[in-house]
Ligand binder design. Structure first.
Ligand code: PLP
Length: 364
């Protein structure tokens, strides 16, 4: 059978290995498996969320409230914007899919950082768009601007903090950049880890309200999968001028968010204390990674997220080391597919991190 030609050079997204797979492949007990591969919140989610979801568990027979009014209102209140500035997706992944389909086709170029979130490329290929990348590993907005002027991309992705490297763009620099972009180019600011960045350094904070009111060609993306601890519920969002949101809505399948997910995300937003505690613990534990890297004489990228990127020395091989860790039940992300001899490790709980350090020290 033949398929759409555009699918030919798309590589299937390689998600962090699930615990179930490691149990099956290596016969390791689930309790001995440490999953540090997908930047989930190691402390889980707020107990208030669990209670709220339990309380509505019997509502599964009915379709969800497709207006999503409760979550939409909670988000618009949080960001001080209107309900018509918000779209909710099955993960912010789905919003990325909508916006690429809404804006790009096979005659378009899409500009992104040399190393960045893999889904931008996958969705770009769905529509046959040409992917243009910068050359520097960190976002260099001067380089972005130069390429923008030459290539006239339809969409520019800025991932801040960036996945898989953890570095973040200075918000003043970002604003200076956005100012120079013409109104028909969509600038996407993916803030999947922004809660962490804001806590570490206020100069990385994006004030979403000001940004989208001033720039009608900007969309900000957020997710409940990381700091809020709801990766399994699949909820993300986009915030932009209502004209953008209106177009994205045309691509939304009905009932794209489940009743339980809508409830979970709404309640998660109201328990800010839980999130802030997790973020504090995250940066306390991250210090141990910095100490570990120093001691082992490997580079660690200064991270504004809940993960660290350990850049190995040339006599160490990231693929080999990830696979040795996996055989011992520790799942991390090998970055060799990003042409980096590095591994990305989610900052786990104190105990998980100690376990990682012990094994990693042996394998280095
Ligand atoms: C995790 C992540 C997302 C989206 O995750 P969802 O679970 O689909 O909401 C988006 N961008 C980046 C950079 C991420 O790391």
């Amino acid at each position: 059978m033949t398929f759409n030609k555009k699918l030919e050079n798309i590589r299937t997204y390689e998600a962090g290995k699930p615990i179930e797979l490691v149990v099956r492949e290596f016969g390791i007990e689930p309790k001995d498996i440490v999953k540090l591969a997908s930047n989930e919140n190691p402390y889980g989610c707020s107990l208030k969320v669990q209670d709220a979801v339990s309380a509505i568990i019997s509502k599964m027979a009915l379709y969800p409230d497709d207006s999503m009014i409760k979550l939409k209102s909670a988000l618009s209140k949080r960001f001080d914007v209107g309900n018509d500035n918000v779209i909710i997706g099955s993960g912010s992944d789905q919003v990325i899919e909508f916006l690429i389909h809404a804006k790009a086709d096979s005659n378009s170029k899409i500009l992104m950082n040399s190393v960045t979130f893999a889904m931008y490329e996958i969705y770009a290929k769905h529509v046959g768009a040409e992917i243009v990348r910068t050359s520097s590993q960190e976002h260099d907005l001067d380089e972005f601007y130069e390429i923008y002027r030459e290539q006239k991309p339809k969409i520019i992705f800025l991932c801040t903090p960036n996945n898989p490297t953890g570095d973040a763009i200075d918000s003043n620099e970002l604003l200076d950049f956005v100012k120079k972009i013409d109104s028909d180019t969509l600038v996407v600011i993916d803030g999947a880890y922004m809660e962490y960045a804001c806590a570490k350094d206020s100069s990385k904070e994006i004030v979403v309200k000001d940004l989208i009111e001033q720039y009608l060609n900007v969309i900000y993306l957020g997710t409940f999968s990381k700091a809020y601890g709801l990766g399994g519920m699949r909820v993300g969002y986009g915030i932009a001028d209502s004209k953008i949101i209106k177009e994205l809505y045309k691509l939304r399948p009905p009932f794209n968010i489940t009743t339980l997910s809508l409830e979970a995300a709404s309640v998660a937003l109201s328990d800010e204390e839980f999130v802030q505690n997790c973020i504090t613990l995250n940066f306390e534990e991250m210090k141990r990674y910095e100490e570990f890297a120093n001691k082992q004489k490997i580079d660690i990228i200064n991270s504004y997220t809940n993960f660290v990127t350990l850049c190995l020395n040339s006599n160490q091989n990231s693929t080999r080391i990830s696979s040795l860790l996996l055989q011992q039940g520790v799942i991390v992300r090998d970055l060799s597919s990003y042409s980096m001899n590095a591994i990305r490790v989610t900052v786990g709980t104190n105990e998980q991190n100690s376990h990682f350090f012990k094994l990693m020290a042996q394998f280095l």
